[in-house]
Design a protein around this ligand. Sequence first.
Ligand SMILES: NC(=O)c1ccc[n+]([C@@H]2O[C@H](COP(=O)([O-])OP(=O)(O)OC[C@H]3O[C@@H](n4cnc5c(N)ncnc54)[C@H](OP(=O)(O)O)[C@@H]3O)[C@@H](O)[C@H]2O)c1
Length: 318
Amino acid sequence: MGSRDLAAGKAAVADLLGGFEDGAECSVIAVQLDVTDDASVKAAAKEISEYLGKGRGLDILVNNAGVLLQKSDNEEEKYDAAKGRKTVEVNFEGTVRVTEAMMPLLLLQRGGGSGVEECGQLEEAAHVVNVSSGVGTRTLARIRPEQRAALVDASLELPALREFCAAALAELEKDESSPYHAIPTVSYGISKLAVNCYTQMMARRYGAACRKDGDEAENAASNAALASAAASTTAKPRGTARVVRFNAASPGFTNTRMCDGYTGERQPKSPSLGASVFRDVLFSDLGKGKNGKFFKQADKAGTQLRDASSREEPWVAL
Ligand SMILES: NC(=O)c1ccc[n+]([C@@H]2O[C@H](COP(=O)([O-])OP(=O)(O)OC[C@H]3O[C@@H](n4cnc5c(N)ncnc54)[C@H](OP(=O)(O)O)[C@@H]3O)[C@@H](O)[C@H]2O)c1
């Protein structure tokens, strides 16, 4: 479990393990991790690799770190460019930075590491779940149609996604009449839109080796790209091409520190109800073998955990 403040992370781990009955098999370790700091992220990847031991990979990565620095309750508040940049830096670039650092470990995972010919089943591959938000799908629906078309196109690559974020933030900063100012929690929306597009991009790239549909030549090309990506990792996994699957999931409006100061009428749900989406996507049929999907915790505040339900939702909330 990554945490900026290691002491706070260790306290959270102790708290978490204290909730388990004696004898329950559970192991959690705290790792120092600031997703905006290259050195911290690289050191965390090294520590995890050493903890796992030689040749052992990572099964699951959940990119959860996130900030909401400007809320939309206060309509008087002017757009703050520094907060906008920080939001994208933590939510989107942090997700990219951590994912890239963990890729060698994810590519080593048993299912992902069994090579194209044998992999067959996506459900055996390592699984990255990016914590996102319906705000991202709603923001994607509200940007200019030509920008949306480029972002949902299968040819999208990271530089173009970064360019979109930079251009949108610059427009918000320099043009007070930009229609983008009307998008609620706009910089958070752009950051989560970017997380969503990144999730789909990575799902296309790393899930392609197991794709049963599609063009054979195209599959062969993505397998070749995968093989070269795998060969360039320091972990040097064996085999030809590797598979990792990528999905995004949102807890929905949840009563965490992100809600501090919220005065609206809508009731946020409990953290355990919100977090049930991750349990369902990672460990139940909902997410089994899925790749390139967006899932959302679907219940209202007050729903009992035993009745919790999550579902797949579209990437664009039109
Ligand atoms: N709450 C909601 O209604 C809601 C809805 C949809 C999606 N989400 C998403 O859920 C995720 C978790 O948020 P939350 O609701 O649990 O809010 P939260 O209580 O504010 O938690 C945010 C977490 O992100 C961590 N973080 C922030 N910046 C970081 C950085 N640079 N490096 C590492 N960790 C960093 C914080 O660490 P510290 O403890 O060090 O501050 C904190 O643990 C976020 O991605 C958020 O966007 C939340």
